[in-house]
Design a protein. Structure first.
Length: 453
């Protein structure tokens, strides 16, 4: 008995809960049409105005016979004239006001009001006219607002009876409220625009600060060590005893390579430190520097050979020459880094198809040392980007003999060397600031990866 008595309230409680859930479910189903109607009405202002005009049209048609003497056949036409200006409230408010005020004057001239009705026009027409005055104040130009408010005041002062003439001031106050709302909306929009501009400025400053930080770190780490290498290589023949001519030449080569790298690092620093990405008038490598690049690479110890170079390399467009120089520099660096000791063959040609260059290395006789990078960079990706920016193509991959080959074809129209200065501004699609680090990174898809080194 105790168990049964104890369970009874629980069951009753559950019944109450279920009943409450059922009522809530019925309430949700009952409110679904209201939610649908609200969403439909607030979908767009045009939809809201159309629904409002339709409702007022029905009311005007039904009540017109109570205030004015209008034949049955003309009642829908008159009701349409009363409510149609609402459809123009958003797109042509001044035109809608002109139609409404013209209808008000027409009602007064026709003198169709029944005895006992004080206004010369129906209530619906009066409400629509006030709405159009507010619409003009919200959306029209200031001159049009002044004209609408003044014209309505004149019509109300002349056509309304004495006790209703204060509406001439009332409609002006209504226009003032609409102007205040308009000012608030414009202020919020301007504030939103200013907020977006402030956020963009903050983002731009954050980017500039990040670039400045990168420039400082790059200067403190890379440029400092490169300067030490230059100083050490330059002073080594004087600090060390019994340095032979070959060793002096090697130190001189190291000094020149370090100086060239230091100049490029300084150019990158100049790009990072300037907002406009413009580098000071520093010399940019081009087609004429390919020979020096090959010779400096071989002097650095790379077993490099190349065929006869075209004598017109100096006349290629600057953008193409820069892209070719960076691609060749990256290819030679990859061969030296990932296939140490392997024979490297470079080939450069210039014909009707454009400037073609290729770098192929054989299989490496030894594995890269512990201090060498074995991949994970984006050097070849940067080289491919440079080739595409110049309108050319680049292909890289292993050879059948387990080596690695990089081929690039760049469009180049050979010009007369005497006109090179005149054409220096044309065809420069690869600005040095667009990809300053394209020859610094190592590629993951290099010879060591394909050869299992």
């Amino acid at each position: 008995m105790r168990t049964g008595l104890a369970r009874a309230p629980r069951a009753a409680g559950r019944g109450v809960v279920r009943t409450g859930r059922g009522v809530a479910t019925v309430g949700r189903w009952a409110s679904a049409p209201a939610r649908f109607a609200f969403r439909f009405l607030t979908r767009s202002p045009e939809t809201t105005l159309f629904v409002l005009a339709a409702i007022l049209f029905v009311i005007a048609w039904a009540t017109l016979s109570l205030t004015h003497d209008v034949t049955v056949s003309l009642r829908p036409v008159v009701a349409l004239v009363e409510t149609a200006p609402l459809l123009l409230a958003r797109i042509r408010p001044m035109a809608g006001w002109a139609i409404s005020i013209g209808g008000a004057i027409g009602f007064a001239l026709a003198d169709m009001a029944l005895p006992g009705w004080q206004m010369p026009w129906p209530v619906v027409h009066f409400l629509v006219l006030l709405t159009m005055v507010a619409a003009v104040a919200l959306r029209a130009r200031w001159q049009e607002v002044a004209g609408a408010v003044g014209g309505t005041a004149v019509v109300f002062g002349l056509l309304l009876p004495e006790e209703l003439r204060p509406w001439a001031i009332g409609q002006a106050l209504l226009a003032g409220v609409a102007l205040l709302v308009r000012w608030l909306v414009l202020s919020r929009r301007q504030l939103a625009i200013e907020t977006v501009s402030t956020q963009e400025e903050r983002a731009r400053r954050a980017v500039l600060e990040e670039r400045s930080m990168i420039a400082r770190e790059l200067h403190d780490v890379v440029a400092h060590h490169m300067s030490l290498i230059v100083v050490q290589a330059q002073s080594a023949p004087y600090r060390l005893d019994e340095v032979g001519d070959d060793a002096k030449a090697e130190f001189t080569s190291i000094e020149q390579s370090a100086r060239a790298a230091l100049n490029e690092v300084r150019a990158v620093l100049g790009v990072l430190r300037t907002e406009s990405h413009e580098v000071a008038s520093a010399p940019v490598p081009g087609g004429a520097d390919l020979v020096a690049l090959l010779e400096s690479s071989r002097a650095a110890g790379l077993p490099l050979t190349w065929g006869e170079l075209p004598p017109t390399l100096a006349s290629v467009p600057p953008g193409v020459g820069l892209a070719a120089y960076r691609i060749l520099q990256e290819s030679l660096a990859n061969a030296s880094r990932h296939a140490p000791g392997a024979a490297v063959r470079a080939q450069v040609s210039l014909d009707a198809k454009g400037l073609s260059l290729s770098v192929e290395n054989s299989v490496a006789p030894r594995l890269p040392g512990p201090g060498r990078e074995t991949g994970g960079g984006s050097g070849l990706l940067g080289a491919r980007t440079r080739a595409e920016s110049a309108g050319g193509t680049l292909a890289a991959g292993p050879t059948p003999t387990r080596g690695f080959r990089v081929e690039a074809v760049l469009p180049a129209t050979v010009t007369d060397p005497g006109d090179a200065d005149d054409d220096s501004g044309s065809g420069n699609d690869a600005d040095p600031a667009s990809n300053p680090g394209g020859a610094v990174e190592a590629s993951a898809t290099t010879a060591s990866d394909t050869q299992g080194q």
